[in-house]
Design a protein around this ligand. Structure first.
Ligand SMILES: O=c1[nH]cnc2c1ncn2[C@H]1C[C@H](O)[C@@H](CO)O1
Ligand SMILES: [Zn+2]
Length: 366
């Protein structure tokens, strides 16, 4: 019966997908890193063999710690310092996602990390937006249309969040959907960046916050109740506020209830969470319990390079290891589209004209 049989990889590949949490500097093709490093004279790579390099990223990111996981980004950021490098990486990102069946994606990066080659913050953003536009055009011509948006990230250990928030507002009509903070979570609470969030709220702008990944409930609570985040990056530790009683019935604490009641989207990234130690396995990942409890769950890649993953792979893992059905994949995709930092009418158009017909053709039910 449709919706209950295990979903075959060919079906997952064809399913329309929506991606809210993907890092531009965490999704480079290994071959591109090797080429860009050689052309730029960057000699810091652990190997110049593309296959071995891909493996190196996956192994190094498999560290059990968010801090060590983040160290691997020094190599990708090193080859994203010129206009051409940034545009190429963005173009390839759009093409790779489109080839994987992603129809809508928000890709994020931290402009402040791309100034070493002398570019200004504006030039960095322009270069990335140019690359996304090229990728969109080529993907459409290849018969795999994708709509790309970018989120501008500020690094939580640094002190440029207000400036980056202003940049996000300045570019909001050019393809920037919103703002985010990322980087090590423990020791860097989101309230350090309160002025940036207050500014964004006054500007009617959108933002998400990485919270509840490398640190627990206090981080989620601050992100929502102090900072006013529209969405949570990961948010996986919200399960710490859900107790299972003797009767087996889950009881939600006040914060978990708030997140569910307010339909706050959770940008969940199973493979990344396993690598950083935020979850033990896909089978035990809280995403499936949260889906059952009907939180606003979405499925995401986080860093395709570091996790050796794709949207299809994350979905297939949930199918194979956590029993997700095609109806579940459809539900998560519609959740993501409902939560996108895109005008409401455009969200509806993608849901009604792309996502629903795409899943209907695969036998899924609403
Ligand atoms: O999962 C993550 N948690 C916190 N920070 C992250 C994660 N993935 C990537 N980052 C950081 C490293 C990148 O250089 C930065 C901007 O994309 O965001
Ligand atoms: Zn992330």
């Amino acid at each position: 019966m449709a919706g209950t049989a295990a979903v075959a990889p060919t079906i997952v590949a064809r399913a329309p997908k929506a991606l809210l949490h993907d890092h531009l500097d965490g999704g480079l093709r290994p071959s591109t890193i090797v080429e860009l490093a050689e052309a730029a004279g960057y000699t810091g790579l652990p190997t110049t063999d593309a296959v071995a390099l891909g493996q190196w990223f996956r192994d190094s990111a498999d560290s059990g710690s968010l801090e060590r996981y983040l160290e691997t980004f020094s190599h990708t950021v090193a080859v994203m310092q010129t206009r051409e490098q940034l545009a190429r990486v963005a173009r390839e990102c759009a093409l790779d996602l489109a080839a994987d069946g992603v129809v809508y994606a928000e890709s994020r990066f931290a402009p402040e990390q791309h100034l070493a080659g002398g570019l200004t913050l504006e030039e960095v953003v322009d270069a990335v937006l140019t690359g996304f536009r090229e990728g969109e055009q080529e993907a459409a011509a290849a018969g795999t249309p994708i709509r790309m948006r970018t989120l501008l990230t500020a690094m939580r250990h640094a002190a440029r969040s207000r400036e980056i928030a202003e940049l996000a507002v300045r570019y909001r009509d050019e393809g920037v959907g919103g703002f985010d903070i990322a980087g090590a979570e423990a020791g860097f609470p989101p309230t350090r960046h309160l002025d940036a969030f207050e500014y964004l709220r006054r500007e009617n702008a959108h933002f998400t916050i990485h919270a509840g990944e490398g640190f627990g409930l206090p981080s989620i609570w601050e992100a929502i109740q102090w900072c006013g985040a529209d969405r949570l990056g990961h948010g996986v530790r919200i399960v710490d506020d859900i107790a299972t009683g003797d009767d087996g019935i889950p009881a939600l604490g006040r914060l978990a209830a708030y997140v569910r009641d307010m339909r706050i989207p959770l940008e969940m990234c199973p493979s990344s969470n396993i690598q950083t130690g935020a979850a033990r396995s896909v089978a035990e990942h809280p995403i499936t319990m949260l889906k059952r409890l009907r939180f606003r769950v979405t499925v995401n890649t986080d860093n395709r390079l570091m996790s050796g993953t794709s949207m299809s792979r994350e979905m297939q893992l949930l199918v194979d290891e956590a029993g997700w059905t095609i109806d579940d994949l459809r539900w998560a995709t519609i959740n993501a589209m409902k939560s996108a930092f895109l005008p409401f009418d455009e969200r509806l158009t993608i849901i009604e004209h792309v996502v629903k017909p795409g899943y209907a053709a695969l036998g899924a039910h609403g």
